[in-house]
Design a binder for this molecule. Structure first.
Ligand SMILES: Cc1cc2nc3c(=O)[nH]c(=O)nc-3n(C[C@H](O)[C@H](O)[C@H](O)COP(=O)(O)O)c2cc1C
Length: 154
């Protein structure tokens, strides 16, 4: 019998209080009481490994915008896992949030391109946040976490 439990891997770069707030909201959504049979594994991008990637059933990536691109930490993660993951993760769902101070477009596009290369399936709109975190942003981050986890329950 196949294992009914699924794993949502959250790979994030969280260098500040604002980004920590976002991560906590995403985690709370992913662990909403209505979600069942989904284990949430949150890994800082510099600590996430190839086995984490291969063993997961879906992904949430969270990054800051740095110099118009994803954070170096998340880039390092993709540098590490990209080629060994090809042909193993196709079709798995993913979501993405990006936090910046003025422009998150390049970072979001960069992660999107890698996800396309890996043939991941986008399961939620990209959440792009600029500046301070308010209640509405926290709610969107909660929803993002919940959406990805709920996708794995289907
Ligand atoms: C080296 C560096 C480069 C950055 N480049 C960008 C950028 O290209 N676009 C942007 O919107 N924010 C940029 N930022 C701001 C970070 O995205 C922001 O500091 C991060 O999301 C954390 O948010 P906080 O500083 O409000 O806590 C940069 C920050 C640093 C330290």
């Amino acid at each position: 019998m196949s294992n009914p439990r699924k794993t949502l891997l959250i790979v994030h770069h969280t260098p500040s209080p604002a980004t920590r707030e976002l991560l906590e909201a995403v985690l709370a959504g992913a662990k909403d009481p209505e979600i069942q049979n989904v284990d949430v594994l949150a890994r800082p991008a510099l600590a996430a490994t190839l086995p984490d990637m291969l063993d997961a059933d879906g992904y949430l990536f969270g990054t800051t915008a740095n110099f118009g691109y994803m954070s170096g930490a998340l880039k390092h993660f993709f540098d590490t896992v990209y080629y060994p993951s090809l042909d193993h993760v196709a079709g798995r769902p993913y979501g993405l949030w990006v936090h910046g101070n003025n422009d998150t477009v390049g970072a979001a596009a960069a992660v999107g391109k890698l996800a396309t290369g890996l043939a991941l399936s986008q399961a939620a709109d990209v959440l792009e946040i600029v500046g301070a975190i308010d209640a509405a942003t926290r709610e969107k981050a909660y929803e993002l976490g919940g959406t990805l986890a709920a996708t794995l329950m289907e």
